[in-house]
Design a protein around this ligand. Sequence first.
Ligand code: ATP
Ligand code: MG
Length: 572
Amino acid sequence: MRLSRLPVATQKEAPADAEIVSHQLMLRAGLIRKLAAGIYTWLPMGLRVVRKVERIVREEMDAAGGLELIMPSVQPGKLWRESGRWDFYGPELLRFTDRHDREFCYGPTHEEVITDIARRELRSYRQLPVTFYQIQTKFRDEIRPRFGVMRAREFVMKDAYSFHLDKASLDETYQVMYRAYSAVFERTGLKFRAVEADSGAIGGEVSHEFHVLADSGEDAIAFSNASDYAANVEAAPVPRPSGERAAAGDAMQKVATPGAQSIAEVSDMLSVPPERCLKTLFVCGDNDDVVALVLRGDHELNAIKAAKITGVADPLKMAGAAQVRSAAGAAPGSVGPVGLSCRIYADHAAALASDFVCGANEDGFHFKSVNWDRDLPEPETADLRNARAGDPSPDGQGTLEIARGIEVGHIFKLETKYSEAMQATVLDTGGKSVAMPMGCYGIGVTRVVAAAIEQNHDERGIIWPAAIAPYQIMIVPLNLPKSARVREASEKLYERLQQKGYEVLFDDRDARPGVKFADCDLLGIPVRLVIAERGIDAGTIECKSRREPDPEHIAADELDAYLDSRLGSGSS
Ligand code: ATP
Ligand code: MG
C-alpha cells in the first residue's frame, strides 16, 4: 500500500487516558480508535494484524479438525434461562428486549447457542466427537474496561466447543486443542506459557490458560525452576509446610500499639518480623455472617482459594467495617483471632506460627506471644495464600518463580454442565440416551494483538513479530519528489517485492526522512528498505531490521537472501 493513500495520521503523543504501552502505541500508530468506553474501531493498519492472527488461529483450528460456523451475536434470554446462567452471569451480560418485549442478550460467550445446535443436530454416537468453532465479536459489559482492546467490552474471540460420547474422548480432544493452541502461539512468534488455571464462572474442573509473557500482564504465573509445572498464581496450590510448630514461650501479653494499623507498622513498633505478625481478614459468609481468615503478615490472601471454603461466599467479598466491628469489636487494624465467636480458618503457615502477634480486638491494642492451643483454640486450616517466589513447587520438583502474563487463551473441560441442563443427548452404542461431555476453548484474538505489542516494543514504537506484522516491508525513498531515479527504483522494487508475495508499504509521502523513519519504527514494520541516489549509484540498498540497531548496506542482488533471512522465505 502507498502510505500517501492512508488517511490515518500517526501521532507523537498518546492520549493521557492510555495507561499501558500497547494502548498508547496502538493509538499513536493509528491501529485503533475509541468510540466509547471499551469499544474500538479497528482501522485498516490494525485490522491487518487482527486478520493475521485470525488466519493463524483458523488454520490451526482446521488442522485440529474443527468445523467453522458463525453463531448470532444476539441471543435469546430463554436459552440462558435454560442453562441457569441468566441469573448467574451478572451485569457483564448486556441484556435488552426487542419490540415484543422478549429478552435478549449480546453474547459474551456461546455455550448456550452451541449446545442448542448440538441437541438439534447430533443424534448418535456415530457423529461424535465433533468440534465447532467461530471467530466472532463478543460483548461483555466489563466493570472496568481498560488498556484499550486488552480489556475491552466489545472484542473478537475465537471460541470452539467440542462434543463427545464419553469423558475419554473429551480428554483426547482437550489434548488436541492444547497442542493446537501451542501451535497458534508458536506461530505468532510470541513468548508464551501454558499454565494450570482456575475454571472461573464458565464451569468445569480442569482448565489451562495460555499467557503471553509481559511485565505489564494482569496475571501472575508461577512456574517451577526444575520441571514443567506452571500455574496461574490464582490456582497454584501451596502445599502444607512440613515441620512442627515451635514450642510456646512467654505468656500472652496485651500491648498498646497506638496508630499502628498495617502489618508493617505493627511489626516495626513491636520489633517482631512480619512472618510472626498474623493478619485477620473478615470475609462475608454464605448467610449474612462473617468468616475470619488468618494469614501470616508476609503472605497474601488468595481470593479464589478462599471462596472455595465451606461457608465462605463465592465470589469472595470482604466484610465491611461495620461488620468487622460487630464481629470483633474493633477496627480492621486491631483485629485478631483471640476470642472471636465466628468461624475461623488459618492458612497452613499461619497455623504453624508460635509466639505470634495479632490484633487484640480492641482499638489501638495488639497481643504479643500468642500461641494456638494455649491462648486460643486450634484453628481449622486451609490453603489460603498466594504462592510466591521461592515456595517449593507443588509437584515436588524445584522452587517456584513468578512471571507476569497476559491471558490470551483458555481451554476448559465443561463436562456435562450445559448438555445436562439443556438436554443435549445422543444415543450411545447400546441405544441409551446420554448427555454429551463438552469442552470449550477460547482465544482472545484482539487481545493477542495488544499482548504482542506489550511484549515487543521499544521507546520508538512497536516491533511486530514478522508473522503478524501488518506489512512485512516498508520502502522508504529519500528525496522522492525531486529524484526521478529514486522514484523509478522504488516503484520497481515495490512492484517486484509484491509480486514475490511480500506485503509492502511504500512511503511515497512528501515528508522529511526523519518523519518517515519515525513512522516506520512506530508502526513496527519488520524490514525497512531505504532507496536513495547514493545507493542506486553504488548498487546497494540500505536494509534495516526493526529488531537490530544498525542498518546494513546490501548489494541489490543479495536483497532476496536478506529478506528471506529476516522474514522467512514463506512470504504470505
Ligand atoms: P479474564 O480473566 O481476562 O476476564 P476470562 O476468563 O473472562 O478472561 P474467557 O471467558 O476464558 O476469559 O474468554 C476467552 C478469552 O477471551 C480470554 O482468554 C481472553 O484472551 C479473551 N477475553 C476475555 N475477556 C476479554 C476482554 N474484556 N477484552 C478482550 N479480550 C478478552
Ligand atoms: Mg472476564
